[in-house]
Design a protein around this ligand. Structure first.
Ligand SMILES: C[S@@+](CC[C@H](N)C(=O)[O-])C[C@H]1O[C@@H](n2cnc3c(N)ncnc32)[C@H](O)[C@@H]1O
Length: 242
């Protein structure tokens, strides 16, 4: 059964995820940095560095949220970055952020679902997504549409939480994510389910080699898995064949 944010509701995972991110959007950036001790910033930087050799000029940031991964991607000096998301709440905070930083001409934030991307085939040099794929209703469908809009020879990069496998990181992480994280999340965001959904969705997510299998089933080749911080997060990279 799919892991959803609000177990007592009968709406689809997609609708519940959009509702949850709308609810937590005002506190999302703050909670991200507090709950990860700021490591999320370093993870995004490291992920974007992996794309330097590809020098992408057009980048699509899926599940862009408030746009932090899109902002990080500016380091690649692209001509255009488009961010898409299903939560209007997250997008409106993101749009304000882009305006304040004077980058709203380069980074465009649009409403869009990862499974029905509003773009033609082969449109982007690079397609990226951070902490988004875990929330997709249908992972294979989302990755397949990401493959469709990537140009031949282009690259796709996914940054996502994963499950540490080694003692004692596995045990420490499990304790933190099941007790401390939901407590802080609940108090700050005022959403009682969002930060319980987070560890549950991470645990249910196919990470490492399991993710690579689905990534390849979606069409990507030359796939790589780069674990970060004892496996708490992972970078996955794949290419679209020429
Ligand atoms: C944890 S946030 C990540 C935001 C941003 N990428 C970051 O690194 O901070 C996950 C985002 O995925 C979006 N999302 C979830 N499912 C989606 C889908 N099917 N299509 C597009 N966006 C989606 C949510 O609305 C939310 O803004």
């Amino acid at each position: 059964m799919a892991v959803v944010p609000y177990k007592d509701k009968s709406t689809s995972k997609r609708e519940q995820v959009a509702e949850m991110f709308d609810n937590i959007s005002p506190k999302y950036d703050l909670l991200n940095h507090v709950l990860s001790g700021g490591i999320d910033i370093l993870w995004r930087k490291k992920a974007i560095r992996q794309l330097k050799p590809y020098a992408p000029q057009t980048i699509l940031d899926i599940a862009t949220g408030t746009g932090d991964f899109a902002l990080e991607a500016l380091a690649l000096k692209p001509k255009k970055i488009v961010g898409v998301d299903i939560s209007e709440g997250m997008l409106s905070i993101g749009r304000e952020k882009m305006k304040k930083r004077g980058v709203d001409q380069i980074i465009e934030m649009r409403s869009g679902d990862s499974e029905r991307l509003p773009f033609t085939d082969n449109e982007f040099d690079a397609v990226i997504v951070s902490f988004g794929v875990r929330n997709f209703e249908n992972l294979l469908k989302g990755l397949t549409d990401m493959h469709r809009v990537t140009r031949a020879g282009g690259v796709c990069l996914v940054l996502e939480f994963s499950n540490p496998r080694q003692f004692p990181f596995k045990q420490v992480y499990r304790f933190y994510s099941r007790t401390i994280l939901p407590l802080i999340g609940r108090v700050v965001s005022k959403d009682s389910s969002a930060y319980t959904y987070l560890p549950e969705s991470v645990q249910a997510f196919p990470d490492g080699p399991d993710f690579l299998r689905i990534f390849e089933a979606a069409g990507f080749t030359n796939t790589q898995w780069i674990p970060l911080t004892f496996g708490v997060a992972s970078i996955y990279i794949g290419q679209k064949s020429q």
